[in-house]
Design a protein around this ligand. Structure first.
Ligand code: IPE
Ligand code: IPE
Ligand code: MG
Length: 247
């Protein structure tokens, strides 16, 4: 499999799909054309991850900050989301892919929101891969909302302060039951996190490629995975300690 070591594939890959606007500008097209082209990359990456056996794939599709973009761009993106969901449902079912969504979903337009929830519900039985769409997502927003729920539980005596830990807190996040990302890929050469999965990426390996998102294909994914497999994840330990660990 292209030199990849199957046993050492990341369990969870997260992607900041960036560069649609620049892709369009380079071709003297409207930004929206870049987003339309971006969907082809989404399809290619979902299919490739499923084929490779990656268990969790999170795609940053729309950030909470993206609401500040021009209205016509936001409407186009919401329309594309609906089109994607409509066109991909059968593919997801056929390939046993479960859809999940994270973010402030209530702020999505009603029709996009309803179609999203419907697709999520229709794929709950699928278990070969989980595809997580981050929509109206902000890492800080997610943490704040977790804290709010935690305080309500504490008030209702469902949790005591001494029970709040690095193990229990993630249960209040929208990524509950999803392992932390092992690998973050960001396209279009930008070295920043842009408010993505702040809690979850404490020890995620980061890979940045100059490739713009609409051009990203299986070969680019494989390159990122090969690069990931060459790294030593130390989690604070020394290389010597890791060399002594079994396995
Ligand atoms: C990423 O591409 C898609 C979204 C943020 C929705 P951009 O639209 O950010 O593209 P650039 O960064 O302007 O090139
Ligand atoms: C991050 O891209 C969000 C998504 C890919 C959905 P942006 O293009 O919005 O990020 P910044 O503004 O360059 O940090
Ligand atoms: Mg961008």
């Amino acid at each position: 499999m292209e030199g990849l070591i199957k046993e050492r594939l990341p369990r969870h890959v997260a992607i900041i799909m960036d560069g649609n606007g620049r892709w369009a500008r380079q071709k003297s097209l409207n930004r929206i054309e870049g987003h339309i082209k971006g969907i082809e990359a989404v399809r290619a990456v979902v299919t490739s991850c499923r084929e490779l056996g990656i268990k969790f794939l999170t795609l940053y599709a729309f950030s909470i900050e993206n609401w500040r973009r021009p209205g016509n761009e936001i409407s186009a993106l919401m329309g594309l989301l609906q089109r994607y969901l409509r066109e991909e449902l059968d593919e997801m079912l056929e390939n046993n892919i479960r859809l999940k969504a994270i973010g402030d979903l209530d702020s999505l337009p009603r029709d996009a929101h309803d179609m999203l929830i419907e697709t999520v519900e229709k794929t709950t039985h699928c278990d070969a891969m989980v595809l997580i769409l981050a929509l109206s997502y902000g890492g800080r927003d997610e943490i704040i909302r977790a804290v709010r729920r935690l305080i309500v539980d504490a008030k209702n005596k469902k949790i005591r302060p001494d029970q709040i830990s690095e193990e229990t807190f993630p249960n209040y996040l929208s990524t509950k039951d999803i392992p932390d990302p092992d690998l973050l890929i960001r396209t279009s050469g930008e070295y920043r996190i842009s408010n993505f999965l702040l809690w979850q990426m404490a020890y995620t390996e980061i890979y940045v490629t100059k490739t713009l998102w609409p051009d990203f294909r299986k070969e680019d994914l494989i390159k990122a995975l090969l690069n990931y497999q060459r790294r030593q994840r130390r989690f604070g330990l020394t290389s010597e300690q890791l060399a002594m660990e079994p396995g």
